[in-house]
Ligand binder design. Structure first.
Ligand SMILES: [Zn+2]
Length: 159
């Protein structure tokens, strides 16, 4: 048996989507075009390139989801530079700290599990929420290196 270091997978070896433990990769009827090979009259399907079948990843329990978070203040305006602190609900590891961009948005990859997220900004106050990230086992196209399910979430500061 040949041993392949797991970091090669997580780095997206050969431009393929990275695999996580428990993921299953298989060829199946294309879900983007329903196996028709095209998405419009003349347009070849971008997922299967007209073949009708393509490689998909069935996410396992360790595949992260891509959270797209938006932070707004009490008057519904996006907050730039808000600080987001994320830690697992169990254990005492150091939280991961991020800041929002000029649109009040941030992105974080979270494996399925329970988290505590605290969002704060000067003069806007802070809010702490418990987040449970569930496994999303819907197939994902195996092409590309960033193939993750998205999870949208809005945080509202009290002031
Ligand atoms: Zn297709």
């Amino acid at each position: 048996m040949m041993l392949v270091p797991t970091f090669l997978y997580s780095a997206g070896m050969l431009g393929r989507a990275p695999m996580f433990e428990g993921d299953v990769r298989k060829e199946m009827t294309c879900i983007t075009c329903d196996g028709l090979g095209r998405t419009a009259e003349d347009e070849s399907c971008p997922t299967c390139r007209g073949r009708g079948v393509a490689d998909f990843i069935i996410p396992g329990p360790n595949r992260p989801l891509q959270m797209i978070g938006t932070v707004k203040d009490a008057s519904d305006k996006p907050v730039e530079g808000a600080e987001i602190s994320t830690r697992q609900a169990e254990g005492d590891q150091t939280p991961l700290v991020l800041k929002t961009n000029e649109d009040g948005q941030f992105g974080i990859k979270l494996p399925p599990g329970a988290y505590v997220m605290t969002v704060s900004a000067p003069e806007k106050g802070s809010v702490t929420e418990s987040i449970v990230v569930e496994v999303n086992a819907s197939p994902l196209p195996a092409r590309g290196t960033e193939t993750l399910h998205e999870l949208k979430r809005e945080f509202r500061l009290p002031k």
